[in-house]
Design a protein around this ligand. Structure first.
Ligand code: SAM
Length: 198
């Protein structure tokens, strides 16, 4: 679960994609969120400076100690009160229904049991609350998906277990979350959206 090298190079490797649109997608994803929010698999904290000023407070959870160290460095950039936790999405250290919303960006692809994590997030968000997600997903193009399948084993080894070919929106649809909207970009390789806590 600890990936010191990945934590060290993560922001640098992602910098070009962040500059060419992903940063804007992150900002749009969180736009207008209010109340108490939980971020799952916060990584090095690329979302931290973009947290919406409308939020009351953010609680960010991340299991990898090396990622947490980067997250701590970015905490000062948060525009809203931020609480950091080293912990696991499969077993969240929060009571039922204490959050108004949850944010997950590029983490459901890496969390070993995404359904279990989504069930846990469902538990800690209040009824009527929402989940905003931004993930790379299995391509709707059969040709691209085959390419994703081919490189997935190698990709997982260098990316801390990320599954490049995971159909994350379809997985979300099997859970108790009610998917409200999905926006696709990058030729269907990236999906963002929101789902409501039933
Ligand atoms: C690709 S990174 C994404 C980081 C960040 N959310 C972002 O948008 O840049 C995936 C993150 O999921 C985290 N992760 C892996 N397993 C997890 C788990 N069981 N619970 C919570 N987070 C987990 C990893 O440690 C890593 O920080």
């Amino acid at each position: 679960m600890n990936h010191p090298l990945l934590a060290k190079i993560y922001d640098t490797v992602l910098a070009p994609t962040e500059r060419f649109g992903v940063r804007d997608q992150r900002r749009r994803l969180m736009d207008g969120l209010t109340g108490r929010i939980v971020e799952i698999g916060a990584g090095t904290g690329l979302n931290v400076p973009l947290y919406p000023a409308t939020a009351g407070e953010i609680h960010a959870i991340e299991p990898d100690q090396h990622m947490v160290e980067r997250l701590v460095e970015k905490a000062a950039d948060s525009p809203v009160p931020l609480y950091l936790y080293r912990g696991d999405a499969h077993d969240l250290p929060f009571s039922d229904g204490v959050f108004d919303a949850a944010i997950i960006t590029f983490a459901l692809c890496t969390i070993p049991q995404p359904v279990r994590a989504l069930d846990e997030v469902h538990r800690v968000v209040r009824p009527g609350g929402m989940l905003r997600f931004l993930e790379h997903v299995r391509s709707p193009s059969a040709r691209t998906a085959r390419w994703q399948d081919r490189i997935n084993p190698m990709w997982g080894k260098v990316s801390g277990g990320c599954r490049l070919n995971q159909p994350t929106v379809e997985i979300l649809e099997t859970t108790h979350w009610e998917v409200d909207e999905v926006w696709q970009s990058g030729g269907g390789f990236v999906a963002a959206g929101q789902a409501f806590r039933t």
